[in-house]
Design a protein around this ligand. Structure first.
Ligand SMILES: *Cc1c(COP(=O)(O)O)cnc(C)c1O
Length: 368
């Protein structure tokens, strides 16, 4: 039996626990956000686990993602929210997929279908990204008889900074736009606004369901303002580990990697890890590394496409072929996705999402 050179271990029982926690927290329905290959965790596997764990809806960005879910037998209501004019709306209707409508052009297209499409009206309440804004008044005069309006929704820009007044402004604007819709006789069954951060911080924004992404994967929406996974009682679902491809002793003064950006100060042992930026290890990562034999070994030199080098220390007992942990839940002292986010001027969302397709996802408990 051969082993992988690197793998992302996805513990779906942790996903289930996170969903249960979130459902208790919001006390309403939950839409499980599985866009971007379920934040790198595997679209279909995560969607199935989320459905079994009691998620009421599935949410994706792209229509293609929603189509994949239906083709793999997912039965829950599915909403796709990044569906521009010219999209395959006929497949959405055929496969019973709800689509977000954010402009008049797309609305006119879906109004032409012979079967009524199920739509959610997206409104821009202050993020200046998706949703109706300048076309809103004109849109309110539309003929809505050729569509089924299932929902109305918006998205917070700063839910992870609960003290920011933009949150209350967006909430009020949302309520205002919903009442304008109701004033023209449109009464969507589902109003939804909250992402993970708002699910924790803003109970007034819960409405008919919350759309939870990052927290379902056991990660904090913002470590600085909300605390880490532990503080929020979330269980990180993904652990990434890789093999030491080589271990070698080098003298002081050895230049390591492209550009010789690091030169060893002392004689030491180097570990070459069989993962690189093509696998999602950020090239700019500084002050991250791996967990090996119960301790941390920092990255030295530049991350290359398929590999990077860590300083194991002169007394390391590590051997080629040993497993090291790139990130996990931190419980043994290993680096976390939060640490890698910090180390690369980014966020945990990007770290898990960018783990590349060359890294097999293994649906099994984490190992140490
Ligand atoms: C990605 C996304 C979410 C989930 O956000 P999290 O912060 O991961 O919970 C919710 N709603 C929309 C519209 C999104 O694009």
């Amino acid at each position: 039996m051969f082993e992988n050179r690197a793998e992302a271990r996805i513990d779906l029982s942790r996903l289930t626990e996170n969903i249960e926690l979130l459902k208790n927290k919001c006390n309403t329905k939950l839409l499980a956000v599985v866009k971007a290959d379920a934040y790198g965790h595997g679209l279909v596997e995560v969607a199935k686990a989320a459905e079994s764990a009691g998620a009421d809806w599935l949410g994706v960005a792209l229509l293609e993602e929603a189509i994949t879910l239906r083709k793999n037998g997912l039965k829950s209501p599915i909403l796709a929210w990044l569906v521009p004019p010219g999209s395959d709306f006929q497949s959405a209707v055929d496969l019973d997929i709800d689509v977000a409508i954010a402009d008049i052009k797309a609305f006119n297209e879906v109004s032409q279908l012979t079967v009524k499409p199920r739509i959610h009206i997206e409104v821009d309440t202050g993020m200046s990204r998706g949703g109706f804004l300048d076309e809103w008044n004109e849109f309110l005069t539309s003929d809505f008889s050729r569509v089924t309006i299932v929902g109305v929704f918006s998205h917070f820009a700063r839910a992870d900074e609960p003290q920011e007044k933009q949150n209350i402004q967006q909430l009020n604007q949302f309520k205002k736009m919903v009442s304008q819709l109701e004033a023209v006789g449109v009464h969507p069954q589902f109003k939804h606004l909250s992402n993970s951060a708002a699910t924790f911080m803003n109970p007034d924004a819960t409405f008919d369901f919350v759309r939870a992404g990052i927290a379902m994967y056991g990660l904090s929406p913002d470590v600085k303002s909300l605390g880490d996974s532990n503080k929020l009682s979330l269980k990180p679902v993904m652990q990434v580990r890789a093999k030491l491809h080589l271990v070698k002793s080098v003298p002081a003064g050895s230049a390591v990697g492209y550009g010789a950006s690091h030169v060893t100060k002392h004689a030491t042992k180097l570990g070459v890890i069989a993962m690189g930026y093509a696998d999602g290890i950020p090239r700019i990562a500084l002050n991250a590394g791996v967990f090996v034999n119960g301790g941390k070994a920092p990255i030295i030199g530049r991350v290359s496409m398929d590999q990077f080098v860590v300083d194991l220390g002169p007394n390391s007992l590590a051997k080629s072929g040993d497993w090291v942990i790139i990130f996990g839940d931190g419980s043994r002292g290993e680096y976390t996705a939060d640490d890698w986010g910090d180390a690369s001027s980014s966020i945990n969302y990007e770290i898990v999402t960018r783990i590349g397709p060359r890294v097999p996802r293994i649906y099994a408990p984490h190992v140490y």
